[in-house]
Design a protein around this ligand. Structure first.
Ligand SMILES: C[S@@+](CC[C@H](N)C(=O)[O-])C[C@H]1O[C@@H](n2cnc3c(N)ncnc32)[C@H](O)[C@@H]1O
Length: 190
């Protein structure tokens, strides 16, 4: 949606690094397991923002495509990847109504929730492929105001992913702290 592009462009323009340059701690923590289990090196970063996680994956040998609606975020990602000496294929993309037409060995979906895209993500995984999900959980501890449509309910990720053919390798809900979070790692059946 054009309003999402405008909103996120403004955020990414307002600060040098809106989300920080460090990759997600969850991704860092799980990297060894990801490398051990992923059936190949083709990775997709859903709503990649300024590219911090795409770049980290590329530094670990993945061939990464990063999709995001914000041209400002994408431009920063390209610059940062260049500076880091890695190659990431960043594509400006509106994910609403988007169909994923390629297969990936690893898909990450961090700090972004578009429920209609989840079946597409699972469908795009190669057999044995991994999907990591990590986004904001609805909670009374949540400080900033958020659109409730973009918040996960308690137990929601588990409920969604048990419907698919595969295994939930890890799940965690953290209600405390400034940013309550729900995380999950799913492996599609081989
Ligand atoms: C909180 S940021 C997360 C960025 C990244 N996943 C990370 O963790 O660093 C949310 C991202 O979703 C993107 N976004 C919002 N609506 C979108 C849409 N309809 N299609 C594609 N990207 C969208 C924004 O541009 C922004 O980069």
């Amino acid at each position: 949606m054009e309003s999402d592009r405008t909103k996120w462009n403004q955020r990414f323009e307002s600060e040098d690094s809106f989300l920080g340059e460090r990759p997600s701690p969850f991704l860092v923590r799980e990297m060894e397991r990801i490398k051990r289990l992923a059936p190949g090196v083709k990775a997709l970063d859903i709503a990649c923002g300024e590219g911090r996680n795409s770049i980290f994956l590329a530094q670990h040998g993945f061939r990464v495509t990063g999709l995001d609606i914000s041209d400002v975020g994408i431009a920063k990602g390209i610059r940062r990847a260049d500076n880091a000496g890695v190659r990431v294929e960043f594509r400006q993309t509106d994910l609403e109504g988007y169909r994923i037409c390629e297969s990936f060995d690893l898909i990450i979906n961090f700090n972004f929730l578009l429920r209609e895209l989840i079946p597409e993500e699972v469908g795009a995984l190669t057999p044995g492929g991994l999907l990591l999900f990590d986004t904001i959980l609805e909670s009374p501890h949540l400080l900033a105001s958020h659109n409730p449509a973009y918040l996960l309910g308690r137990g929601e990720l588990r409920q969604i992913f048990t419907a698919y053919d595969g295994d939930i390798l890890f799940e965690e809900e953290m209600e405390q702290g400034e940013m309550p979070t729900s995380r999950l790692m799913f492996r599609k059946s081989g």
